[in-house]
Design a protein around this ligand. Structure first.
Ligand SMILES: Nc1ncnc2c1ncn2[C@@H]1O[C@H](COP(=O)(O)OP(=O)(O)OP(=O)(O)O)[C@@H](O)[C@H]1O
Ligand SMILES: [Mg+2]
Length: 210
């Protein structure tokens, strides 16, 4: 069972867009996917309803998420993708999601302000790991998003973040109209986007059906 948490305590970094696309990638690959909207703002759930997604979606914006999740998932799903809120006051929800995670994906733009806020998120991952009874640490990867073609910032921040000891996925998600306008629309051919390459690198063989 893959439990992929999309997290970044900074707002507007592309969490909901990323969670939506990766959930569709796994769905298109044949996995039974549940998208959990852990953000009290409810953007992912609203998107799912408005666009009538084929991906099962539910709201679970609670600091007890890790305790409630197993009962909701049962044996009905192969993969769970969790969209999390930004902001320090919802940190309890983010930590609860991180306690349940097998994998954590941190979407961020290669920019000074997003890099400056990265320790808040990696710190939350450390806190959650300390709280886990099994002591398990999820696999953590950074996904560079909103990148500008041929801009040097992508390579510069990749190198800086890798030097800090974090895994940065090979593929980056470009700053594209496709994503800027995606909210509220159905998601088609997600498996042909950079998000599929990201899932292939992050999950490797752990995805059940292709
Ligand atoms: N690759 C991209 N290219 C262009 N625009 C993007 C891209 N990814 C996300 N966006 C846009 O950036 C904005 C923020 O994205 P999104 O809502 O996914 O971020 P978020 O981290 O979930 O925000 P919040 O912290 O408020 O929950 C949205 O307008 C979205 O359409
Ligand atoms: Mg969001």
């Amino acid at each position: 069972m893959v439990i992929l948490v999309v997290a970044n305590l900074k707002g507007g970094t592309g969490k909901t867009t990323t969670a939506a696309y990766v959930a569709h990638v796994l769905h298109e690959w044949g996995d039974r996917v549940l998208l959990v909207d852990a953000d009290p703002q409810g953007s992912a759930l609203r998107w799912a309803e408005v666009a009538d997604w084929p991906v099962a979606t539910t709201a679970l914006p609670t600091p007890k998420l890790d305790r409630d999740l197993p009962g909701i998932v049962g044996d009905r799903f192969d993969a769970v993708v969790i969209d999390t809120p930004p902001l320090a006051h919802d940190r309890g929800i983010v930590i609860a999601a991180l306690r349940a995670a097998t994998h954590v994906l941190i979407p961020m733009a290669p920019s000074p302000i997003e890099y400056d806020r990265l320790p808040a998120t990696t710190g939350a991952i450390d806190t959650a790991a300390e709280q886990r009874p099994d002591g398990h640490r999820p696999e953590v990867a950074i996904l560079l998003t909103k990148t500008v073609a041929s801009a040097s910032s992508t390579g510069v921040y990749r190198a800086v973040i890798e030097e800090d000891g974090y895994q940065v996925l090979r593929v980056a998600v470009g700053h594209l109209q496709r994503y800027a306008l995606a909210y509220g629309q159905p998601i088609e051919r997600a498996a042909a986007t950079a998000y599929a390459d990201a899932m292939e690198q992050l999950l490797g063989d752990e995805v059940t059906v292709r």
